[in-house]
Design a protein around this ligand. Sequence first.
Ligand SMILES: Cc1cc2nc3c(=O)[nH]c(=O)nc-3n(C[C@H](O)[C@H](O)[C@H](O)COP(=O)(O)O)c2cc1C
Length: 374
Amino acid sequence: MQTLPSLTIGRHTVPYPIVQGGMGIRVSGAGLAAAVANAGGIGVISAVGLGMRSPYFNIDEKNPKTRQAEFFEANRLALIDELQKARTLSPTGILGVNIMVAARDYECLARTAVDHGINLIFSGAGLPLTLPALTAHRPEVALVPIVSSVRAAQVICKKWQRQFHRLPDAFVVENPQSAGGHLGAKVEELGDSALSPEVVIPALRRYLSENFDSPIAIIAAGGICDRPTLAHALALGARGVQIGTRFIPTQECDADWRYKEFHLHARPEDVVLVPSPVGLPGRALRNAFVDRVKAGEIFDEREQCFANCLQVCKFRDRRETYCILRALDRASRGDVDNGLVFAGSAVGQPGSQGHAAPKRIQPVAEVMAELVAQ
Ligand SMILES: Cc1cc2nc3c(=O)[nH]c(=O)nc-3n(C[C@H](O)[C@H](O)[C@H](O)COP(=O)(O)O)c2cc1C
């Protein structure tokens, strides 16, 4: 096998072509992001819901509606804390932040990240059509939309070029057939080979090289967990990979140890699709919570929307499904029975060339060394 190439996105270069996927809530915070950056990849903090478990906010379950304005301010302050902590842990590493377009405080979080020295912004769960306007005063910040189709990438390129005279520095192409978290496709589209990386990555590469002179890197995401799956993505035409699930059972991952252990002991057959209040399917580990959601039981009358956090939310608007902030937060705090534990389909998989699935919680540096080993 060949030596891996370095990865350049905009003005930032890292020794290894590995981006750690942003994982909320507080699964990838400063600890995991800094460790990946220190090991030669790009570390990414997920900005979603950081206010939840911060000194700036406490849910008042008796009177939840009174707290909505405070929640966004808590998210902003907690993001600043997380960015400063990551920079202290990794003074020279390349650090990104992942911000969901679907979040109502998206613009505030993007501006905050830029003003506090972040190197890159990754943005999905919707098309980040206004992102260049939010970051125009800091052109050194690389902008990386997350897409699942060539069509979505085309819409972003055309709009950014026309309105902002700027193009993305890279695209993350997330494979909905295998990625963890919210998926960029409906359930009925999931078997469609048109969304497979074998089709989307070469087609996107062709579109970018035929239409633009500037280098726009493609980063493949979903199901990448070892050197062979990484090499396959590069062979398709990606310049790098984004990896989420494989970084969860690590010492530096910011979730509770029970969350990491739950991931560590999960088998491939535990990975299921689950409906989410944003209207997209998510990929997660089966547990009592998922069973209740699937049985249509989960909505708890006593819980009310306290944050008004999403642009579209079935829980807030129709009293259906569940509060995703609470569900993700419960899980990453260690309540893996009653919380939502997102996971990609690479969980517990032996690698494609007989590499063993992880057997213990490892330091990030060891996982990185395994990913890049020849
Ligand atoms: C626990 C978990 C949380 C995630 N949270 C987010 C998120 O907040 N924003 C986002 O864009 N993607 C999120 N993702 C997707 C990852 O960033 C990554 O693209 C995806 O998991 C790649 O697939 P893999 O897990 O098979 O490596 C999440 C994934 C997981 C497993």
